[in-house]
Design a protein. Structure first.
Length: 277
């Protein structure tokens, strides 16, 4: 009996060790939002980086969970460029703790805007032009790290966000921009920087979760080139749930709150590739 019990404990210990050794998988905690669910492409990072990211610090875990929130529900609220500026002013007036990468604060509650009361976790929709898009955090930093905590500090573009700089007008500079981030988890290959940059003369419509990037601050001219990313608001669409493009280059042909003229970006790209229909 004693030998049987010892064998059982041995097998249990080995099984627990195997489970602990397995890399954490990404589990969003809900079905992926439509239409992302129908075009999502499983990525290698989904098998090796959980919703918690890399850090064990409570504030960083909370930040990663917020950045990985694919569960914002309800109809998206149409927000304008001015709403992002209103939200930025609101957090400054509320003295939300900002610019702390080691212990980023999560905003509590919501803030009054011209589009209604909004806060982190609301689903929003925003129309803008793409100034530029690139893979984030692929270069080694001064401290030797590469990648971003939320994506488990992994190298290469495939393992990191697509950072999308959005502007109200094609003549605007990055200092006047708003940010959207397309997570690497389940990301469709058509949502690439190359594809987004190819159609910068078309208006885009982005849908996703509203997120406050408290790790950073708004850059001023006095901060120089070391401050970034440059933008008008620390509020982002992160992660992106849907990307649509206006089939016309004229913004007047595609209303923010109407579906006429908008096409899912993956379908538009497929129809405009060499050999496409």
């Amino acid at each position: 009996m004693k030998s049987t019990r010892s064998l059982f404990l041995f097998v249990l210990t080995i099984s627990a060790s195997v489970l602990l050794a397995q890399p954490p998988k990404f589990k969003p905690g809900c079905p992926l939002p439509a239409p992302l669910a129908s075009i999502a492409e499983p990525q290698p990072i989904d098998k090796t980086c959980s919703i918690r990211g890399f850090s064990q610090v409570a504030e960083k875990v909370a930040e990663s969970r917020a950045k990985n929130n694919f569960c914002a529900s309800g109809p998206p609220v149409d927000v304008s460029y001015d709403v992002f500026k209103e939200l930025q002013q609101a957090v400054e007036d509320a003295h939300v703790h900002l610019d702390d990468r080691q212990h980023p604060a999560r905003p509590s509650g919501a803030f009054a805007t011209s589009a209604g009361t909004l806060g982190e976790g609301n689903q929003v929709r925003f129309v803008a032009f793409v100034l530029k898009a690139k893979f984030s955090n692929t270069k080694k930093q001064k401290d030797g790290h590469v990648g971003e905590n939320v994506n488990c500090n992994k190298p290469t573009g495939a393992n990191n966000d697509v950072h999308i700089v959005l502007v109200h007008s094609q003549d605007d500079d990055e200092e006047e921009s708003v940010t959207a981030e397309a997570s690497p988890h389940e990301r469709p290959s058509d949502w690439s920087p190359a594809n987004l940059n190819q159609f910068r003369d078309h208006p885009f419509r982005f849908t996703g979760q509203l997120f406050l990037d408290t790790s950073h601050k708004i850059c001023t001219p006095a901060d120089g080139k070391t401050c970034g990313p440059r933008r008008v608001s620390l509020w982002e669409i992160h992660p992106v749930y849907a990307i649509e493009i206006c089939t016309s280059k004229k913004a007047s042909k595609c209303k923010p709150d109407q579906d006429a003229g908008w096409e899912p970006f993956d379908e538009f790209v497929g129809g405009n590739e060499p050999g496409g229909n």
